[in-house]
Design a protein around this ligand. Structure first.
Ligand SMILES: [Zn+2]
Length: 138
């Protein structure tokens, strides 16, 4: 297994623990937050801030297609596909893909933690809107 696969499995494992702790006690222990911080550093703080400000939304089309939209700190909405760690933001291209100094960007991290904690707001969109969103992903 290569380094990226090792890190991805650690991240996935931690998110599974987030989900288990949320279901058991509706809270995250300091130990789990420390583990998440060890991997994600400042991105964790930024992601938790986005979650606190309810910036993570699941857009669901009338035909059942869905994507996550996370509005960044600058107010720019980014489409995220958490299961493939894709995000439209510049940090994904430069920090995740090019420099590889981050495993995932803060938007995907915010979406993943929100999903694990079961607290993502859903917003209905038309199929035409979803088609426009998907046609502009790159
Ligand atoms: Zn991002």
């Amino acid at each position: 297994m290569n380094r990226v696969a090792d890190i991805s499995s650690v991240v996935a494992g931690l998110l599974q623990v987030v989900e288990q702790q949320q279901q058991a006690s509706a809270t995250l222990t300091p130990e789990l937050l420390n583990s998440l911080h060890l991997i994600h550093g400042q991105s964790l703080t930024n992601a938790l801030d986005l979650i606190d400000r309810r910036k993570v939304v699941k857009l669901v089309s009338s035909s059942g297609r869905w994507v996550y939209q996370v509005t960044g700190s600058s107010g720019t909405p980014y489409i995220c596909l958490p299961h493939s760690i894709f995000c439209q933001c510049p940090a994904f291209k430069f920090s995740v893909l090019k420099r590889r100094d981050s495993v995932i960007c803060k938007h995907v991290l915010a979406a993943c933690i929100s999903i694990a904690m079961g607290g993502v707001e859903e917003k209905s969109v038309s199929d035409e809107h979803m088609k426009a969103i998907l046609s502009h992903l790159y």
